[in-house]
Design a binder for this molecule. Structure first.
Ligand SMILES: NC(=O)c1ccc[n+]([C@@H]2O[C@H](COP(=O)([O-])OP(=O)(O)OC[C@H]3O[C@@H](n4cnc5c(N)ncnc54)[C@H](OP(=O)(O)O)[C@@H]3O)[C@@H](O)[C@H]2O)c1
Length: 286
């Protein structure tokens, strides 16, 4: 039996859909903090167990009988390493045979500020002795496509990534990778650096958007401080504005670039091209 944490999240739902193509619903459990949000999953026959990352004792029952666990990294910046420890400790107590963790590209050496909590979690996992596999994900293309309505409305895309190339892939591609490692044999000890087959600069993203909308949309490179302030003014909480601006600076230094094509090989198909994700977003998708 496989337990998937964050089962009601955007990545979690896609992972469950991908695992359902390979295993029966009765072999899958979604660990969620909100039962109401899991109604559709329960209707599919997927088991639902309630556990909050902030409630360590809840994870023993959530992981009971699990052979494998997918720990989808939590979303509260600054609290995540502690939250992840709760799941890893329970996995150890329950004798889980494989824990897959969604980390970030080259977490061990990454200049991204957000990599620190992933490094901490990876180190804790190693020390725990729980057999594990690392899914070190690069950027979701959706991180950019979700901003398309505002970019099109303002006629410009802002950022501080300079000429940095980003090897992003669709969330569904990373979900397929997670489903693969959860269902393939011999995954313990593996580290996958996962990224899109193609890479692009922010200017190229804006060019694609211009081409598809028929409107001139420029990429405007600003400083990290200016970008953080712009994000704050747009309503983002301080920590998230800082994280996004820092990540753009990281992208300018190549932190989100990878040309190993490991993701495409793992999922046995090309990753979703940026242009396809942009077109899908313009058509009303994510
Ligand atoms: N590689 C990238 O580009 C990228 C981008 C964004 C995020 N991420 C990371 O990847 C993860 C998955 O991405 P996503 O797009 O699926 O994010 P998401 O839609 O925000 O999903 C996060 C999931 O974590 C759950 N969660 C958050 N806090 C929790 C808590 N205290 N206890 C139990 N569950 C909790 C959420 O539960 P609810 O459904 O109840 O809210 C949700 O299911 C994120 O959490 C983040 O660590 C990566």
């Amino acid at each position: 039996m496989i337990v998937i944490t964050g089962g009601t999240g955007q990545l979690g739902r896609l992972v469950i859909a991908a695992v359902l193509k390979k295993m029966s619903a009765s072999s899958i459990v979604a660990a969620v903090r909100n039962r109401d949000k899991a109604r559709e999953l329960a209707a599919l026959g997927v088991g639902v167990r309630i556990a909050d990352y902030n409630d360590p004792p809840a994870w023993d029952a959530a992981l009971k009988g699990a052979d494998k666990v997918l720990l989808i990294s939590a979303s509260e910046l600054g609290r995540r390493a502690r939250q992840h420890r709760a799941v890893i400790d329970a996995a150890k107590r329950e004798g889980v045979k494989l824990l897959a963790y969604t980390s970030v590209l080259r977490a061990d050496t990454s200049v991204l500020g957000l990599a620190a909590e992933h490094r901490e979690t990876e180190a804790y996992l190693r020390a725990s002795g729980v057999p594990h596999v690392l899914l070190r994900n690069s950027w979701y293309t959706e991180n950019y496509t979700m901003g398309i309505p505002a970019i099109v409305a303002g006629g410009a895309m802002y950022g501080c990534a300079g000429e940095g190339r980003v090897s992003s892939a669709a969330r569904a591609d990373y979900a397929a990778a997670a489903a693969a490692v959860l269902t393939l044999p011999g995954q313990a000890g593996k580290v996958y650096e996962l990224a899109g087959d193609g890479a692009y600069t922010h200017a190229e993203f804006a060019e694609e958007l211009s081409r598809l909308t028929g409107r001139k949309i420029a990429y405007v490179n600003i400083t990290e401080d200016e970008y953080r302030e712009a994000l704050r003014k747009a309503g983002l909480p301080d920590a998230y504005a800082a994280m996004i601006a820092d990540s753009d600076t990281g992208a300018s230094k190549g932190a989100l670039f990878d040309d190993s094509r490991t993701l495409g090989r793992l999922i046995n198909r090309p990753t979703t091209p940026m242009a396809e994700s942009v077109a899908a977003a313009l058509a009303g998708g994510p």
